[in-house]
Structure formats: C-alpha cells, structure tokens
Design a protein around this ligand. Structure first.
Ligand code: NAP
Length: 245
C-alpha cells in the first residue's frame, strides 16, 4: 500500500479505545493512517482491514530503540509523517505509599517517554518540510489530580510543559503542538473501575455520563486540519463540564 499522496498520520495505541476512534476518524477524512499497536494485533488488523488507507505497525512506544527503528521504516515505506498523535497510554493505579518503582517507571515510560520517543524521531522531517501537527493525550486527572494515580498524573501533567516547549521551538516552522485532555471516556481503561466509584464520578460530571471515544476523535480531526494553524501550545479539555480550566 502507498500513501496515495495523502498526509501520513501516526496514531500510537490505535488498536483500541480512543486511539481506534482517532484512526477511523482520520482515515474517513482522507488521511493515510498508521495504526500503531503493542499487544492487540487482532484488534489493530481488524480495524485497518476496513480501510484502504490504513496500515498497522507494531512497536512498543516506551522503547526509544523500537520506536526510532519503526518510524524510520514507516517513513521509508509511506513517506514523512506530517501528523503525530501521541495517544498510547496506560494506568497502574496504587496509593503512592504502596506504589512500586516498576509501577512508577512503567507508567512514565508508556505515557511520557513515549511522547519524546515519537516526537524526537518525527520532528526533523517535519521541520524540513515546514509543516506538522503534534497532539498528545493528557487527562482531566493531570489538571486536578486523582487518588491512586500519582504516576499517571505526573506523566500526564509533564506533557503540558513538553508540548509548550515544542510549540515554542517549532512555531516558525508551521508546526503546531497541542494537548487534548479527556475526562472519563468509555474505553477499556475505565471499564474496570468499580460501579460505586463510576456512579460517584458521574455525579461530578455535569453531563452525568462518560464521554465517547469519537467525541475525542472529532476534536483531534479539528486540530490536525491545515487550516487550524494558529492554535498551538494549548490544552483542550473534553470532559462534560467536569472541570473548567
Ligand atoms: P485503552 O482503551 O486502554 O487503550 C490503550 C491503547 O494504548 C491501546 O491501543 C494499547 O495498545 C496502547 N498502548 C499502551 N501501551 C503501549 C505501548 N507501550 N506501545 C504501544 N501502544 C501502547 O486506553 P484509552 O482509554 O483509549 O486511552 C487513550 C489515551 O487517552 C491514553 O493516553 C489515556 O491516558 C488517555 N485518556 C483516557 C481517558 C479515559 O477515560 N479513557 C481519560 C483521559 C485520558 P495494545 O493494546 O496494542 O497494547
């Protein structure tokens, strides 16, 4: 498959949840989508099989070596990536006084180091071409904190400084960098939260429901548009009115 002269988009963690919805939304809007996955090969391939402008690519975004090698291959095969969506993420929740170093490291590597790994590999080509869109997925919990999530909140709030620095360094190159901060969205990440906790969370969401993955994907579609060239270094919250910044 070739990129058919479409803009090449890399969506990390495109196999499930919000990432899968972003892949579909961008493929349906004429982008050439690279759907990255780590473990969920069957899900990623089932998704890509629905589109003639989507391919899958396995790599672990926490690994600098894996990511660098994979992105080199992607760009050799399909051309330079002009839109990067750093979506892959995990949780390993535990109160901080009981959290292991592994739980801390794993979450920082998957959620924060991953953004460095991908961005570092892709930016030189974007700068050469004077165009790029970089979006990282943050979280309402990065903005307000959450019990049991010191690792997750630290990883996601660090993305805020990361994206602002990228926005400043690359503004003159027509490369924008923004954060999208979802509230609670119906995906595998939230489905195992105990019902009494989700019921309590819903009482704190003015819209009284969790969001849907395509409500995030639609905002991403807006931000990656060539015409949305004057929005950079920003955070867009999508949380049903839960927390207004
Ligand atoms: P999800 O349903 O659990 O899916 C996570 C995705 O990330 C999967 O496709 C998974 O791929 C991928 N992934 C995880 N570690 C990876 C790695 N090391 N390398 C490559 N891919 C990896 O999560 P989600 O709810 O869609 O969340 C997507 C993003 O939105 C995350 O950054 C999350 O923190 C953020 N977010 C979610 C919510 C929410 O309520 N759901 C709220 C705020 C922010 P494999 O299955 O292939 O391993």
């Amino acid at each position: 498959m070739t990129n058919q002269d479409k803009q090449v988009v890399l969506v990390t963690g495109g196999s499930r949840g919000i990432g899968s919805s972003i892949c579909s939304m961008l493929a349906e809007n004429n982008y050439f989508v690279i759907c990255n996955y780590n473990n969920s090969k069957t899900d990623a391939e089932a998704l890509a099989s629905q589109y003639d402008n989507m391919v899958t690519k396995q790599f672990d975004v926490s690994s600098f070596e894996d990511t660098t090698a994979a992105i080199k291959e992607i760009e050799n095969n399909y051309g330079p990536v002009s839109v990067l969506i750093n979506n892959a993420g995990i949780t390993k929740d535990r109160f901080i006084h009981k959290m292991s170093l592994i739980e801390w490291d794993d979450v920082l590597k998957a959620n924060l180091y991953s953004a460095f790994n991908c961005t570092r590999s892709i930016l030189p080509n974007m700068r050469d071409r004077n165009f790029g869109r970089i979006i990282c997925l943050s979280s309402v919990n990065a903005l307000k904190g959450q019990v049991g999530q010191a690792n997750y909140c630290a990883s996601k709030s660090a993305l805020s400084g990361f994206i602002k620095a990228i926005a400043l360094e690359n503004a003159s190159k027509n490369i924008t960098a923004n954060l999208v901060a979802p509230g609670y969205i119906d995906t595998d990440m939230t489905k195992n939260i105990a019902k009494e906790i989700t019921d309590d969370i819903k009482t704190k969401i003015p819209m009284n429901r969790f969001g849907k993955p395509n409500e995030i994907a639609k905002t991403i579609l807006f931000l990656v548009d060539e015409a949305t060239s004057y929005i950079t270094g920003e955070t867009i919250s999508i949380n049903g009115g839960m927390y207004m910044n």
